[in-house]
Design a protein around this ligand. Structure first.
Ligand SMILES: [Zn+2]
Length: 190
């Protein structure tokens, strides 16, 4: 069976906790949504922060809402080159023993002992879609892309939730390797 899937490329971004948001933007601050993302609960925010990773810093890293229990900064391995550190490749939310990172806004800064990761490629899948396609949460699949730089991504984790919608997420390194700029399409190999 061949299943077509949209592929979306994520640039560096940050998910933030209520506590850290208030340290950076003031007590009671609310995020301002500017764009709905493909996953029904996720949205790009108007707010940017500066992120310091080892010897490097990145201006204007966008916050992605909604608020999370724990702040998480996602960068690519190319971003990390020259910083002196190599973040671990992790699924979102798996932050144990991830790396330190400093987040700066005009109003304050937060120094985290952990929270810096390179996002592990994954597929979001709604519970109903998973039933149709025969997937379970945490299944591992391969996804083939086409075109001049077509390739096969192995070790793609399937994440199933009522709040998801079928899409694969890769980072900018993976997008560039496959010749995909922002949005593409793949075929799940089963
Ligand atoms: Zn994702």
């Amino acid at each position: 069976m061949q299943i077509k899937i949209p592929i979306e490329v994520s640039g560096r971004h940050i998910h933030i906790s209520k506590k850290d948001l208030e340290t950076l933007f003031g007590e009671g601050y609310q995020l301002n949504k500017i764009k709905q993302l493909s996953q029904p609960e996720e949205f790009a925010c108007e707010e940017f922060v500066k992120v310091e990773v080892g010897a490097k810093s990145f201006e204007k890293v966008r916050i992605v809402g909604p608020l999370r229990e724990e702040t998480q900064v996602e960068i690519s391995l190319t971003d990390a080159v020259g910083s002196g550190i190599v973040p671990p490749v992790r699924l979102s939310g798996d932050l144990e023993d991830s790396l330190p990172v400093i987040i700066v806004s005009p109003k304050g800064s937060v120094e985290l002992q952990q929270g810096l990761i390179v996002a592990k490629r994954h597929i979001h899948c709604a519970t109903t879609e998973a039933e149709e396609l025969g997937f379970k949460n945490n299944d591992v699949v391969s996804v083939k892309t086409e075109g001049e730089r077509g390739l096969i991504f192995d070790n793609v984790i399937v994440r199933v939730s009522d709040n998801y919608k079928l899409a694969m997420h890769i980072d900018t390194d993976e997008g560039n390797a496959a010749g995909i700029n922002k949005i593409g399409e793949g075929i799940i190999l089963k």
